[in-house]
Each structure stands twice: as structure tokens, then as C-alpha cells.
Design a protein around this ligand. Structure first.
Ligand code: MEV
Length: 430
């Protein structure tokens, strides 16, 4: 085959791509990738997010990616019934959360709490000649620092938030000691990244001057351990079924708590629920995930985010605690029309309540996963939903989907190859 000449090789150096209209960008992308007309048309549909709005949300926007949103039912949290929107591409997640919530609904559902709504901003200062003297100097200037912080964000202060505390840490890094200052800010109903980053950037040069050092990073920490959401619930033995199942769940938890290989999967199951609600409510899934996993490793070993035990009367009690930096103002929460509508479904009173609801969903998700794993395994429930997806992937539509999924499940063979063969047979008979 003849080698394409230099000028035939498509180049990714597209200057001013961001200045093009969305349609022009799509044209350039289609030409670059040699897209079929079908693919190009698919990318041109932006679903329920207006192109103009999406184009302002991120750079170089070309299309949207629709993720299904399901509503988890049966949640009773702190005495209030709630319908919880969950955005996820994974089958079984919404059903599992709803099932778990149903099994503890009669016992009162979930009880939750929040430690506070404080975020940490980190300011790194290098080349500090005397870290102990620097710590003392920063301590002496606490009132001045508080005043500077409050001046940075008067709106936050008027809403009851603002400066709460300051901490000075000496970190022994590979190249030597560095001073790291933590500014603690109550960010109320905001996730807080913008408020905290602005404050950190404002304070950094002053802190450097007072300590004789050189400021470098000024950024919020996602290990939001002053914003811990907690949830607990009791699943009555009668709802669980048998005492062996309850004990199986406890043994499953003990496995996760003792072994990082299992803990990673156990916590992934928790995050199936948590990230789905975080995404549906327009919050930052990566921030919450980073915080959760860092918190799970706070003892020096990566452990379970939840704990499970037998109550004195033989029921099963689950608890969960994790950082939950979510907001109801700023970011997508006000901007994205679908997020706004989904928030209207959940109707949280404030960001704290949203954080607590999310923790409860994480606990429910964990209960469901462990119960399935400790009994029949997850494949049966998972695969029946998965079978529908495989059937659609093979080209089934309308009533074919159900029929094909049922046949694959009965044959205990759920794969693209089986789906294609069986779909052929179904159509031949029709
Ligand atoms: C799958 O997405 C989640 C599980 O693996 C969680 C777990 O193992 O606990 C089922």
C-alpha cells in the first residue's frame, strides 16, 4: 500500500479550534477521523442539553454523552421519604439501591449526620529558613489572616460561612522540609473549590513574606475530612432472611476491612451509588471519589468505608462515614437544566442534607452488593439486565429485546455471539 504523503496525514494541530462554531468543529472532527454520516449525525445531536449552553460549559465542545438517570425508591432518611436521582450507565445499581432501602424502610430507614461543611485550602511554602519560627509567626497573625479571608468572600460570610481556622504543618518531603498552611473555610452550600482557591491564592504571598519562604501550590484539598457525611441503618433479621445471610454480610465486611484488594472492590460498590447521585445532582464525581479513597486509607492501610455489625437483638447494623464535598450553588447545579430538574425531585434543604442523602445511598448500595455476593452471587441479577444490553447491542429492537434476553438467560449463555445467533433464529421463525 502506498504511504500517504505528509500533507495527506491528518494533523491534530488545529489552530483556533475553540473559535469555530460547534457545527464547524464537528465538520473538522469528522474530516479528521473520516466519520461515517451516521456517526457525524449522532454527534450532532445534543439531547436535552442545549448546544449553546454546553458550548459555554467546556472548551472545544462538540457533543454531549447522555447517561441514563434512574430514580431510587424506598428511601426514608431522617424520617423523610425521598426519591433519589441516580445517573449511571451500570445496570442493577438503581434497582439494588432501591431494594436495599426497601429492606430497612420498615425499621425507620437511614439516620444521617454531617461533621461540618468546612473545606481545607493548602498553601505550600518552600525554602522557609526556620519552620518553627514560621509556625509561631503564622499563629501570631491568626486574626489578620481571618480578616483577609473574610474580605476575600463577603458573600460567603453573609451566608454564615468563611474563615474557621488555620493549621501549620511541616512536611518532610524527599528534597527536605516544607511548610504547608491549611486554611479552614466553611463553604456552606457551595462545594467550595472556587472560594477556597481564591482565598489560598490571596494569602500565599503574604504567608511567604511572613515566613521568609517561597509560595508554590495554592489549592483546596479533596481530602475533605472536616466535611464528613455519616449514615447508619438497621436491617431487621426478618428483612434479611436468615441469620447465615446476616453473618455472611459481616464476614464480607471483615474481608474488605482487612484486605485492600477486596476493599477496593467493596468501596467501588459503595461509589456506584455515591457517584451516581453526585453526578445526577451536578457535583464533582472526581472530587468526591478522590476524597473517599484517601479517607479510606487514612489509617495507613486502605480499608472499608463502611462498617457492619450484629445488633444485640440479632439485626444487622451498617454505618458509613466519608468526606462529601458537594454543593447546591455554583458549578453545574444552577447551570444544567436537567440537574436543576433532578434537584427539584430530590429537593434537599441544603448542601448538608444532599451530602447526607448521598452517604445513605452509598450504604444501601454496599448492603445490596454484599448481600448478593454473600448469597447467590451478583451474576444472576446482573446478567439478566446485562442480557438486555447485549440483545440491544446485537441489533434487537421492540419485543425482540425481551425475547432474546430471556432465551440467553435460559441457555445460560449471554454473549454477543449467542445474541447474534439467537436473533437470527428468532427472526427466521417470525
Ligand atoms: C460492581 O460494580 C460492584 C461490586 O463488585 C461491589 C462489591 O464487590 O462489593 C458488586
Amino acid at each position: 500500500m502506498a504511504k500517504p504523503s505528509e500533507d495527506q496525514i491528518p494533523s491534530s494541530r488545529i489552530s483556533g479550534f475553540y473559535n469555530l462554531s460547534v457545527a464547524e468543529r464537528l465538520q473538522r472532527v469528522s474530516a479528521f477521523a473520516g466519520l461515517s454520516a451516521d456517526h457525524a449525525e449522532q454527534l450532532a445531536r445534543s439531547g436535552n442539553l442545549e448546544t449553546d449552553l454546553a458550548d459555554h460549559m467546556i472548551e472545544n465542545f462538540v457533543t454531549t454523552l447522555a447517561i441514563p438517570v434512574g430514580i431510587a425508591t424506598n428511601f426514608r432518611i431522617d424520617g423523610r421519604d425521598l426519591l433519589v436521582p441516580m445517573a449511571t450507565e451500570e445496570s442493577s445499581v438503581v434497582a439494588a439501591a432501591s431494594n436495599a432501602a426497601r429492606q430497612c424502610y420498615g425499621a425507620g430507614g437511614f439516620t444521617t449526620s454531617l461533621s461540618a461543611s468546612e473545606m481545607i485550602g493548602q498553601i505550600q511554602i518552600l525554602d522557609v529558613p526556620d519552620p518553627d519560627a514560621a509556625t509561631a509567626e503564622i499563629g501570631r497573625r491568626r486574626a489578620e489572616i481571618a480578616e483577609l479571608c473574610e474580605a476575600c468572600d463577603p458573600l460567603l460570610v453573609s451566608l454564615g460561612g468563611g474563615f474557621r481556622d488555620i493549621e501549620v504543618r511541616r512536611i518532610d518531603a524527599a528534597s527536605g522540609p516544607m511548610v504547608v498552611v491549611h486554611i479552614i473555610v466553611d463553604t456552606r452550600d457551595a462545594m467550595g473549590a472556587n472560594a477556597v482557591n481564591s482565598i489560598a491564592e490571596r494569602l500565599a504571598p503574604l504567608l511567604a513574606e511572613w515566613t521568609g519562604g517561597r509560595p508554590l501550590l495554592r489549592i483546596l484539598s479533596n481530602l475533605a475530612d472536616r466535611r464528613l457525611a455519616r449514615a447508619e441503618a438497621v436491617w431487621p433479621l426478618a428483612a434479611i432472611g436468615r441469620s447465615e445471610v446476616r453473618d455472611g454480610l459481616i464476614a464480607a465486611f471483615e474481608f474488605a476491612d482487612a484486605d485492600p484488594y477486596r476493599a477496593a472492590t467493596h468501596n467501588k460498590g459503595i461509589m456506584n451509588g455515591i457517584s451516581a447521585v453526585v453526578l445526577a445532582t451536578g457535583n464533582d464525581t472526581r472530587a468526591v471519589e478522590a476524597g473517599a479513597h484517601a479517607f479510606a486509607a487514612r489509617s495507613g492501610r486502605y480499608r472499608s468505608l463502611s462498617t457492619w455489625s450484629r445488633t444485640p437483638n440479632g439485626d444487622l447494623k451498617g454505618t458509613i462515614e466519608l468526606p462529601m464535598a458537594v454543593g447546591l450553588v455554583g458549578g453545574l447545579t444552577r447551570l444544567h437544566p436537567t440537574v436543576r430538574a433532578l434537584l427539584a425531585v430530590l429537593a434537599p434543604d441544603n448542601a448538608g442534607q444532599l451530602a447526607r442523602v448521598i452517604a445513605a445511598v452509598g450504604l444501601a448500595q454496599n448492603f445490596a452488593a454484599m448481600k448478593a455476593l454473600a448469597t447467590e452471587g451478583i451474576q444472576r441479577g446482573h446478567m439478566s439486565l446485562h442480557a438486555h444490553n447485549i440483545a440491544i447491542g446485537a441489533g434487537a429492537s421492540g419485543t425482540e429485546i425481551e425475547a432474546l434476553a430471556a432465551r440467553m438467560i435460559a441457555a445460560r449463555s449471554i454473549s454477543a455471539a449467542t445474541a447474534e445467533a439467537m436473533l437470527g433464529e428468532l427472526r427466521a421463525r417470525a
